[in-house]
Design a protein around this ligand. Structure first.
Ligand SMILES: *[C@@H]1O[C@H](CO)[C@@H](O)[C@H](O)[C@H]1NC(C)=O
Length: 208
């Protein structure tokens, strides 16, 4: 009896198609802290694992003269639950990604074209700064503030991989100056003078 039960259990384990090879995002369902719920297996196609939206350069006509475009759960539903995503970074001459962090992801950046300076700041306040050429790879550890600057004479291109299927991008200056956090609170908490705070709020669209 016992033997039959074991046999039954084993045959169920090996024959069942319940193995969760992937959990393609059901983008119609709400996103939770661990991602989206899975799309029904019958509805999954190869298109869920491919995103062609990063073929062309992005529009760098903005304050930062750069643009960061993700291939994460929302664009590439196949990465849901796999803890990985990609990003394309385009830089015009003089472009830069503003100081930012990905609180839940480490990022590996590969320079495809141009010359960038990559840098991050550790929680011990140490700066790690390096000029990067085509083919160079730099890792930006999870949660640390970092940036890239195009120091070349032409546009630059890089691709990155992040260790989250849905990484957030938390820009420091935008967190400080692009909202209605009162100037006197910022002054007390950042040691900046009110004129500088108001100037940056003006540039980044903040009030207060
Ligand atoms: C790029 O963005 C700017 C500013 O938003 C806009 O004026 C311009 O038309 C865009 N260019 C292209 C080619 O989409």
């Amino acid at each position: 009896m016992m033997f039959l039960q074991i046999l039954f259990t084993l045959s169920f384990l090996f024959s069942s198609s319940n193995a969760l090879d992937f959990c393609v995002a059901d983008l119609n369902a709400p996103q939770g802290p661990v991602g989206y719920s899975c799309k029904k297996a019958e509805a999954v196609t190869v298109e869920d694992f491919v995103f062609s939206g990063l073929r062309a350069a992005g529009n760098t006509s903005n304050l930062k003269k750069s643009v960061l475009r993700p291939a994460a759960s929302n664009q590439l539903p196949g990465v849901n639950g796999l803890g990985i995503s990609a990003v394309r970074l385009d830089f015009a001459v003089g472009g830069r990604t503003a100081m930012h962090t990905h609180p839940e992801a480490t990022e590996v950046v590969v320079v495809i074209q141009g010359t960038l300076v990559g840098g991050f700041i550790s929680s011990a306040n140490k700066v790690y700064l390096k000029s990067l050429k085509e083919g160079d790879v730099m890792v930006f550890p999870q949660g640390l503030m970092h940036f890239q600057i195009n120091i070349g004479e032409s546009q630059a291109l890089a691709f990155g991989c992040l260790s989250s299927a849905s990484p957030s991008v938390y820009f420091m200056d935008y967190a400080w100056f692009a909202n209605d956090l009162p100037t006197h609170i910022l002054q007390e908490t950042t040691f900046l003078d009110p004129d500088q705070i108001k100037k940056l709020k003006g540039v980044l669209g903040g009030t207060g």
